[in-house]
Design a protein around this ligand. Structure first.
Ligand code: NDP
Length: 313
């Protein structure tokens, strides 16, 4: 009997071996096994009581007679076969929160890079050119954060001390939040009109797909900067390219794009007012540490309670 089967040999290009070691440290009484190949997965899942991975498909589930828990390695669960998992009484947990610190830091770094015009500085340094340019000040500006979950709240916390006004946009504004103002999606455009830095930290859903479209770019002030650490398709890419080309906004820092990977000949690469990182903001050595904490705790909770329903944290 395998207590916990770890799927996939790497996550976002990071080798998963260190994750397995972190899990073994936290679960010394458990048999934690790594499946490196599809064959090892198909074999290992037959007697596994728990699986951790980025996803799981129906063909694997068909073989998983003893499975009680799927411990997801992503914050979201929309890509999982939830109906089948429910039918089979497999509890599902997510890794919501694992990306709070790293992605939030990346978002704040992106804001500051545009405040101090670092893209211009990098260009001039590369050309060995000692020529002044004008930066900006974050103090006194308004930062709007769409999505007040682990990442969005992490952004707002990190902005404290910068003397900014913050607006949070969330699905349930009545739940409040750490921002000076909290509004629902229906008040997005009112917020955009007052926004200097727009940080996207919401999931990609039917409601958020294309949320930042040509109308939104028209509403943002021309000095506004977009920071997207959510999902590329939350922004209408054609409208973004057009807004950047016509200086309808000042710039964009994109950790996520639509499409991904961004093709080598995509116009976003060539725009001087764009900073592109390849869906990279979560990649830090602490990622597997935090993930192992979450997954080990979820496994223990499922074992202690014997509950089979969803135990999303
Ligand atoms: P959480 O689930 O903790 O929070 C999501 C937030 O989004 C909630 O506050 C929710 O509002 C809000 N939200 C949902 N729908 C809408 C909407 N229609 N309009 C406005 N706000 C909305 O997620 P995380 O903070 O952990 O992550 C957020 C997203 O970031 C992930 O879904 C993922 O797409 C992306 N991500 C990107 C990474 C990267 O490497 N760049 C890494 C990890 C995640 P409410 O609470 O009111 O329901």
């Amino acid at each position: 009997m395998t207590d916990l089967l770890v799927r996939r040999h790497s996550v976002h290009g990071m080798p998963v071996e260190s994750y397995v070691e972190e899990l073994r440290d936290r679960l010394p009484e458990h048999d934690v096994r790594l499946a490196r190949t599809p064959e090892e997965e198909r074999e290992g899942i037959v007697d596994a009581t728990a699986v951790t991975g980025t996803d799981i498909d129906e063909s694997l589930l068909d073989r998983a007679e003893d499975l009680r828990l799927f411990a997801g390695m992503y914050a979201g669960y929309g890509h999982l076969p939830m109906d089948t998992l429910r039918e089979r009484d497999v509890a599902v947990t997510t890794a919501s929160g694992v990306h709070g610190p790293n992605v939030a830091e990346h978002a704040v770094a992106s804001v500051l890079a545009f405040v101090r015009e670092f893209p211009t500085a990098f260009d001039r340094q590369r050309d060995h050119e000692w020529r002044h340019f004008q930066g900006h000040e974050l103090a006194g500006s308004t930062v709007t954060v769409v999505g007040l979950g682990a990442i969005g709240q992490g952004v707002v916390q990190r902005l404290k001390g910068f003397d900014v006004t913050t607006i949070g946009v969330r699905r349930h504004p009545d739940d409040g939040g750490p921002t000076d103002e909290v509004v629902g999606p229906d008040a997005l455009h009112d917020a955009l009109a007052r926004t200097d830095y727009l940080v996207l930290a919401c999931p990609l859903t039917d409601e958020t797909r294309g949320l930042v479209d040509s109308e939104a770019f028209g509403t943002l002030p021309p000095e506004a900067v977009l920071v997207n650490v959510a999902r590329g398709a939350v922004v209408d890419t054609d409208a973004l390219v057009s807004a950047l080309r016509s200086n309808e906004i000042r710039g964009a820092a994109l950790d996520v794009t639509d499409p991904e990977p961004l093709p080598a000949d995509h116009p976003l690469w060539g725009l001087s007012n764009v900073l592109v990182t390849p869906h990279n903001s979560g990649h830090t050595p602490n990622y597997f540490n935090r993930l192992a904490d979450i997954v080990a705790e979820n496994l223990q909770r499922v074992e202690e309670t014997g509950r089979y329903e969803d135990l999303r944290n």
